[in-house]
Design a protein around this ligand. Structure first.
Ligand SMILES: [Zn+2]
Length: 432
């Protein structure tokens, strides 16, 4: 979008502005100035009448396929106006991913001149930019009154999780959040079985009584291959929000098993004939084949202890995740910007991109976990166990989640009764 803006600016400089200038000249030439004296007695003007009419806001609904530069163009505004907005607004990232149906608004003066722009980076925030006396844009951010509505859903998996979610009335955004909550326990691409079922309590955001976006998962239960997993959102005393199982254990693990999404294991941990060196040696990690440029995520929270070239590893990063655990990432095409030795990273943060630097036969990520300096197989090793809540925190957790636990129990009982009725019907049919 920024590229588009720059492009538009160039285009307007080349075509737009001369055209405008031409039009104004043309207009002036056609209308010769006329001087008249009007002999009218006017009633004393009210104080305001002398002022120019106040600028007016008008809303625009984003049409399918429309870009922000097209929207500005349609308003007769210049690329400079767009560039001013993109560089002055807070959360302008939201403007780069506008969706059909989103609303933006323009403030225009008496002579159709640009006076301001308004948009909502999320359903609860409004950013207003107004041309100030110095000609620059002044930003004003307001929190909009929203209302959260709680919903319940129950679904059974027959094909994909998305299909089951849709049947249960969940938006794709909520299905993704559900999968994200359980990602440490369930691999939704490999482990999903027909008959798996879930119950979810979630909320949606409403503004002025109208749906304004997906909220979050408050509680969920997922039965995968007969094993029951639970997740409860809990706001801790320090204000942080995390998911815990019904018995108070954090769902988030110390380390992600795979620091890369949607990738195939191309080489396992263990002894193998090295594809580059040609002799047998220990492969101290897991290789994930993925296209060049695929983001690589930090497997855990930690501090970067190495970032740079390292012979066979190519572009290499090591992260100290705890006194015992270190994770290492090799063959990267490039590093994420702003990272250096000593940087703190959080689990899931992008640290670099898949490449084939060092001794690599193709684009892949070499991922290692070292426990007290000794390489372990990240796919089979025992992950550091998170500590369950205790004491006051556990009491607060029980108090916060009790109504949700009861609600999920109710839904479970009801769906089990329905399932039994279904089974009896099937029995009756087969008995006939
Ligand atoms: Zn490797």
């Amino acid at each position: 979008m920024l590229g588009g803006g720059a492009c538009l600016l160039a285009l307007l400089t080349l075509i737009g502005i001369p055209t405008w200038a031409h039009m104004i000249q043309h207009h002036a030439a056609k209308r010769a100035p006329v001087h008249e004296t009007l002999a009218l007695t006017l009633p004393p003007a009210p104080k305001d009448a002398a002022r120019a009419p106040a600028p007016v806001w008008h809303s625009i609904e984003v049409q399918p396929g429309q870009t922000l530069s097209e929207i500005f163009q349609a308003q007769g505004l210049s690329g400079a106006d767009l560039a001013a907005v993109m560089t002055n607004g807070k959360d302008t990232g939201a403007l780069k991913t506008l969706h059909p149906g989103d609303q933006v608004a323009f403030l225009t003066g008496a002579h159709d001149q640009f006076e301001g722009f308004r948009y909502e980076p999320d359903s609860a925030t409004q950013v207003t930019l107004k041309v100030a006396a110095d000609g620059k844009l002044a930003t004003h951010v307001t929190t909009l009154p929203t209302e959260r509505r709680i919903h319940f859903a129950h679904g059974v998996v027959h094909g994909s999780l998305f299909a089951a979610g849709e049947k249960a009335g969940l938006s794709d955004a909520t299905v993704l959040k559900l999968a994200d909550v359980f990602k440490y326990d369930i691999d939704f691409f490999k482990d999903l079985k027909p008959g798996d079922h879930f119950t979810v309590v979630y909320d949606d955001i409403y503004r002025d009584g109208k749906y304004a976006g997906a909220g979050g998962i408050l509680a969920a239960e997922f039965v995968n291959a007969g094993h029951r997993y639970t997740a409860y959102r809990f706001k801790q005393s320090d204000g942080s929000v995390a998911y815990f199982s019904q018995d108070g254990r954090p769902l988030r693990r110390g380390l992600l098993r795979a620091p890369i999404a949607f990738a195939r294991v191309s080489s396992h941990f263990g002894l193998r004939k090295d594809p580059v060196l040609g002799f047998t040696r220990l492969h101290k990690g897991i290789d994930y084949a993925a296209p060049t440029g695929t983001p690589v995520h930090a497997a855990g929270d930690g501090v970067i202890t190495y970032r740079g070239k390292a012979r066979g590893y190519g572009n290499f990063i090591t992260i100290k995740d705890s006194p015992e655990y270190t994770t290492a990432y090799g063959h990267m095409q490039r590093f994420a910007p702003g990272l250096h030795v000593g940087s703190h990273v959080t689990q899931g943060e992008v640290i670099g991109y898949v490449g084939s630097t060092g001794w690599a036969t193709g684009p892949n990520l070499h991922y290692e976990v070292r426990v007290n300096g000794k390489p372990e197989n990240p796919l089979t090793m025992t992950m550091p166990k998170p500590q369950p809540l205790s004491g006051k925190a556990m009491l607060a957790f029980r108090a916060q989640t009790a109504p949700l636990v009861a609600r999920i129990q109710l839904i479970d009982n009801a769906t089990q009764r329905l399932a039994r009725v279904d089974n009896q019907r099937t029995d009756t049919i087969t008995a006939d």
